[in-house]
Design a protein around this ligand. Structure first.
Ligand SMILES: Nc1ncnc2c1ncn2[C@@H]1O[C@H](COP(=O)(O)OP(=O)(O)O)[C@@H](O)[C@H]1O
Ligand SMILES: [Mg+2]
Length: 255
């Protein structure tokens, strides 16, 4: 199994708060792995460390065998790690097409100082064609001229994923992709995530509270509570783990 992501004794401290305490986590190629745990456990913070928004206080993060803890977020994105956010982040006043085009542009830039204006006409056409193909494949092309903020919530979630796919990721990080969705939407999303994993050959690490989705989709699950790993294992193992039931699953209705 080829290792894609490896966190080794990773900790991060905010003032007096140890948001993540010596976390060890590994994701292998092609896997769908979930991180679950109560609110405030440190799940989003882990994503922020992996994507270069925060630098861990100690420990290491390796992507494809190389440490990435001192890389800039844009460099990390270009190396093949894409994400979505707990609270959807789109360019609200731009169209669906433009939202994805910006992500494609990122791949063509040499560095953060190269302006998109230096991209020539031929490249621009190629990029637009790529956006069209991607939107068509995600069943979003019919919304291409719609302003992002005008779309139904479920479509905005899918657009955010499409935008992440436009950076051609190896590893996709999804932060509560089913947040705010009803059971039917959650089921559709579950199928959708499986389909993009297969179609794009992705490795996926996701944070989620909807246990139906998590248990259906994940090959392995990590459970964190107060920044500490309290369990890891298959969906079956996690559902039957007394520590997990006590810390999290038992109080699911309050999450
Ligand atoms: N930039 C920050 N500064 C200070 N505290 C933070 C910061 N980011 C996160 N935290 C704290 O770290 C803890 C974990 O937060 P978070 O990772 O968002 O939890 P989760 O995603 O599991 O709900 C929380 O107590 C949160 O308030
Ligand atoms: Mg979070």
């Amino acid at each position: 199994m080829e290792n894609i992501l490896k966190l080794t004794d990773m900790s991060i401290q905010f003032g007096g708060l140890r948001a993540i305490d010596s976390l060890n986590l590994e994701v292998d190629k092609g896997e769908i792995v979930a991180i679950i745990g109560p609110n405030g456990a440190g799940k989003t913070t882990a994503f922020n460390c992996i994507t270069g928004i925060y630098t861990p206080t100690s420990g290491n993060i390796e992507y494809l065998g190389k440490s990435i803890i001192h890389k800039e977020p844009e460099e990390i994105t270009k190396s093949g790690i894409a994400r979505t956010f707990q609270n959807i982040r789109l360019f609200k006043n731009l169209t669906v097409f433009e939202n994805v085009l910006i992500a494609v542009h990122l791949r063509y830039r040499d560095n953060i100082f190269t302006s998109a204006l230096r991209i020539n006409y031929k490249q621009e056409l190629a990029m637009r064609e790529e956006v069209k193909i991607l939107l068509e494949s995600q069943d979003l092309y019919k919304y291409k001229n719609d302003i992002a903020s005008s779309l139904p919530y479920g479509i905005q979630r899918r657009l955010e994923i499409a935008r992440a796919l436009a950076t051609k990721p190896t590893l996709l990080l999804l932060d509560e992709p089913a947040a705010g969705m009803n059971p039917q939407e959650t089921e559709d999303l579950t199928k959708y995530i499986k389909s993009i994993r297969n179609k794009f050959g992705l490795t996926i690490l996701l944070i989620e509270h909807h246990m139906d989705l998590v248990m259906d989709i994940s090959e392995r699950i990590y459970v964190i509570d107060f920044g500490k790993l309290i369990a890891k294992g298959s969906p079956d193992e996690i559902q039957n783990n007394p520590k997990v039931i006590e810390a999290y699953l038992g109080v699911k209705e309050n999450a």
